[in-house]
Write a protein that binds this ligand. Structure first.
Ligand code: DLZ
Length: 160
């Protein structure tokens, strides 16, 4: 078993499962839309690049990242949805509001994933400022939307 994990990397895209018949829900928060639109474009294009049928990619927006949990629950309970990708950006402010949102969303998405037994991907940026967010939404640090899509695809290949 250990030898099978020799080249393990989160960025590896070898041996991904066939996703041509899989249905994906993508939920996008409207807050910080310049960032979340870029995350969405990355996630959507990555799914298509790796074989998803565009007709099977179901996109919805929610007002803020806090609402991603409820949106994810709606998506996950739909029998035809195989994986849910949640995209948001919560920028640190002058108060602790961001902390409350981040923790609520992280916990909420975990709960949805376990309750519905489906991959629910946490594609929420939690930067200190707008520039850090843009750097991770198609900027110098890549696009976390792409990574969220790859993560969803990989999770569809996990079974026992
Ligand atoms: C209220 C709020 C604040 C201050 N900041 C953000 C943010 O940076 N990113 C984000 O996605 N949403 C933010 N929100 C909105 C909350 O997510 C939520 O929509 C509201 O609290 C209503 O439930």
């Amino acid at each position: 078993m250990a030898s099978e994990l020799k080249n393990l990397s989160v960025f590896s895209t070898e041996n991904l499962p066939d996703i041509s018949e899989k249905h994906f829900a993508i939920l996008v928060a409207e807050w910080n839309s310049e960032v979340t639109n870029a995350l969405f474009n990355g996630a959507y294009q990555t799914l298509v690049n790796y074989g998803a049928n565009e007709e099977f990619i179901h996109v919805r927006t929610v007002p803020g990242s806090y609402e991603l949990s409820f949106g994810a629950a709606l998506a996950a309970q739909a029998s035809h949805i195989d994986a849910v990708i949640c995209l948001g950006c919560v920028i640190q402010g002058e108060t602790k509001h961001n902390d409350y949102i981040n923790h609520a969303v992280a916990q909420g998405l975990t709960n949805v994933s376990i309750q519905y037994n489906k991959p629910v991907i946490f594609g929420v940026l939690t930067p200190n400022n707008q520039q850090q967010a843009l750097d991770r939404a198609g900027g110098v640090h890549g696009n976390k939307g792409d990574e969220a899509a790859i993560t969803a695809i990989k999770m569809l290949g996990v079974s026992f």
